[in-house]
Design a binder for this molecule. Structure first.
Ligand code: MN
Length: 288
C-alpha cells in the first residue's frame, strides 16, 4: 500500500508582469518561497483575453545553467535563439529547452495570433541543472500536442497528459537530465488520482482550474494555488469533489540536487563567481 504524503503548505501565486508586459501568475519565486529544489520558477502566462495587436512577448534575453519548459494551453508563440533554433508552439505543445552553457532567447506571440488576438494561457517551469550539466551544449526537445502521451484511469474520471515521467500507464517521450515528473492532470467531479512518487522527490501541485483536496486531512486548494507536499510518503493523492467542476492541476516532482544555488536573473549557477562569469560572457557576446 502506498503511503500518501501530507500537504506542507498552500501558497497563492503572485500576479506580476514579465517581458514587454504580459500578465503572469507566479507561485514561485516569491518572498515566501525562493525555489523548491530542483525547481527554480513556475510562471502561469495569463490566462488573458487579448485584443488584436495586444499580445506581448519576451524579446531577446539570455539563459545559462538551467532548463526552461514551456507548455501552452491556449494561444500561439514563436521561439528563436542565438544558435539559430526556431520553433512555434500551439495549444498542448511542449518545448523543453536545456539552456546549458547559454543561449540568447526570444519568446514572442506568433505574428498571426498577435494580429488576430485571442486567449493566451500557458506555463513556464524552470528546472535547475546539476553542476555537471550546467555548461552542456544547449538542446531543444519540441513535442507537439499529438505526441504527448495520455493516460486514463479505469473509471475514465482521470486523464493524465505526461510531459515527464509516467502516469496511468503512459510514459513521457521527453528525456530529462535528472529524474522529473511533470503531469497535466484533469479529474472529473468525484475523480481520484493517486500518483506514486519516489520518497526523496520534492513534489508540488499547481491548480490550473477548479478546486480539490490534496491529502488525507482534506487540505483544499483552488485555481492559482501552489500545493507543496511533505516528504512523508511515496505517493500523492488528489481528489475532485463530487458535485463540483473539473479539477485541473499540474503535478510536478523531481529529485533534489542538493547543490548550492547562485542565481541572478536569467543565470543560475552554483557560485557567485560563475554568475559573474555568465554576465561577462553575455556582455562579450559569447552566448551568441
Ligand atoms: Mn526564455
Amino acid at each position: 500500500m502506498a503511503r500518501n504524503r501530507s500537504v506542507l503548505r498552500v501558497l497563492s501565486a503572485v500576479e506580476t508582469y514579465e517581458g514587454a508586459g504580459f500578465l503572469v501568475h507566479r507561485p514561485f519565486p516569491t518572498s515566501a518561497l525562493d525555489h523548491f529544489d530542483p525547481f527554480l520558477l513556475l510562471d502561469e502566462m495569463g490566462p488573458m483575453e487579448l485584443g488584436p495587436g495586444e499580445a506581448k512577448g519576451a524579446p531577446d534575453h539570455p539563459h545559462r545553467g538551467f532548463e526552461t519548459v514551456t507548455y501552452l494551453l491556449s494561444g500561439r508563440m514563436e521561439h528563436g535563439d542565438s544558435r539559430g533554433n526556431h520553433g512555434r508552439l500551439g495549444p498542448g505543445d511542449v518545448q523543453w529547452m536545456t539552456a546549458g552553457s547559454g543561449v540568447v532567447h526570444s519568446e514572442m506571440p506568433e505574428t498571426e495570433f498577435a494580429s488576430r488576438g485571442g486567449r493566451m494561457h500557458g506555463f513556464q517551469l524552470w528546472v535547475n541543472l546539476p553542476r555537471r550539466d550546467k555548461m552542456m551544449p544547449p538542446r531543444y526537445q519540441e513535442v507537439p500536442a499529438a505526441r504527448i502521451p495520455v493516460g486514463r484511469s479505469d473509471d475514465g474520471k482521470v486523464v493524465a497528459r505526461v510531459i515527464a515521467g509516467e502516469a496511468l500507464g503512459a510514459r513521457a517521450v521527453i528525456d530529462t537530465r535528472t529524474p522529473i515528473v511533470y503531469l497535466d492532470l484533469t479529474l472529473a467531479p468525484g475523480g481520484v488520482h493517486e500518483q506514486p512518487l519516489p520518497a526523496g522527490f520534492n513534489a508540488f501541485a499547481y491548480v490550473v482550474e477548479g478546486e480539490g483536496r490534496f491529502d488525507a486531512s482534506g487540505t483544499e486548494a483552488a485555481a492559482h494555488d501552489l500545493v507543496l507536499f511533505a516528504g512523508d510518503g511515496d505517493a500523492v493523492r488528489l481528489e475532485a469533489p463530487e458535485g463540483g467542476g473539473a479539477l485541473r492541476v499540474l503535478l510536478v516532482a523531481g529529485q533534489p540536487l542538493g547543490e548550492p544555488v547562485a542565481r541572478a536573473g536569467p543565470f543560475v549557477m552554483n557560485t557567485r563567481a560563475e554568475v559573474v562569469e555568465a554576465f561577462e560572457d553575455f556582455q562579450a557576446g559569447r552566448l551568441g
